[in-house]
Ligand binder design. Sequence first.
Ligand SMILES: [Zn+2]
Length: 477
Amino acid sequence: MPHVDLLLRGGTVIDGTGAPRRTADVAVSGERIAAVGALGGLAATRVVDARGLVVAPGFIDVHTHDDRLLLAAPDMAPKVSQGVTTVIVGNCGISLAPLGNAEAVPPINLVADAGGERFGSFAGYFAALEARPAAINCAALAGHTTLRAVSMADLGQPANDAEIAVMQAHVREALAAGAIGVSTGTYYGPAAAATADEVRRIFEPLRGTCAVIASHIRDEAEGVLDAMQEVFAIASGLGVRQVVSHHKVIGTANFGRSRETLAAFDTARRSGDVCLDCYPYTASSTILTQAAARQAQRVLVAWSTARPAAAGRYLDELAAEAGLAPEAMIDALQPAGAIYFSMDEADVERILQYPETMVGSDGLPHDVFPHPRLWGAFPRVLGHYVRERGLFSLEVAVHKMTGLPASRFGLAARGRVEPGCQADLTLFDPARILDTATFAQPTAQAAGIAAVFVNGVEAWHDGGSTGARSGQVIRRH
Ligand SMILES: [Zn+2]
């Protein structure tokens, strides 16, 4: 064995496959893992004492809206501080590319703003990310709602044949540039008029590829089962994998129905290729709408352009102070975003425990007062749900954040601590790791992350960014 660049000595390796932990050294040469095992005599430029720490694959955040953050704040502190080394952007139908100069109608305004950078193609977006790398890796989905915004005259209608042809061309461009799939968000206004047939036709270029479809389904409340069947049918018709994004059941009338939805996943998995992700909280977050507020027990304002001081305040208190009905208060705050307390803890735990469930933060990085999932999702699973609640083993939790998403999203040579894999590595203290971000203090750094390496380069150390920018664009292979 020749001299290596980096040797992590004596750590507890949890390799991302779900296999039991073992004590082992990990050697890194360049951007790759060179060896794992008892490497006592090995010469290394740098030796890190990893005793007492877990050495895991860097976490893969499968559900993000970090499209613009990668360029605007490339240290990616909300994510790398949690041990995340790869983010998948372009979820919920909203991707920054290929929006170009089209209007960023809500919810596209969650990722694109008026003054920020815009890209008319995925080739252009990836070129910018490679010219100005971020601290962590990314892979991208092309959003159906973004495609509608750039291709259609009237978003309130199903697409016509000519518009579908334009959107298909954008999908081909995205796939050729290296996008790993597409996303939909028919829950939201600008895509609600899209029929299943429209979506299937636009995504026809996926047929015969390993690209995936990730969907914020049309209904996560009363109609959740029908909405799941709709996306299962589209994906199986195209012969591709379907990811159900941030799976949940919303509204007190639906509490407990994760038993039904997970049974539906079991059934669908016998004949098709479906999986899901989940964030570990009982509150959701997106733009502020009357419909979402009606399904919530309480609403916390995340941002408001009309009334910036409302960020971080509860809607009921704002309405009482202003002498307005909640509905009128919502109108007065527009455009705005919110956090909705709308789920049952038992459903969240049941969904997290499901074997095919991956972890995704769904963090909204541009919100003034963001949902704490942005800074806390991964340490919350490891600290609260594994160590404190005992929902599943640390090995299973790491698998849900690494090997499982790398396999489901087709990220080659990622998500495992194995010779030949990219050296994306997170070192954490299993006794201390915990989210500290809360609904009152939402941007606090998690505890217990000791170091994070991205493609062999240390990006985060002991609570701070190293300034390294070794993130790569991961393309569909
Ligand atoms: Zn969504």
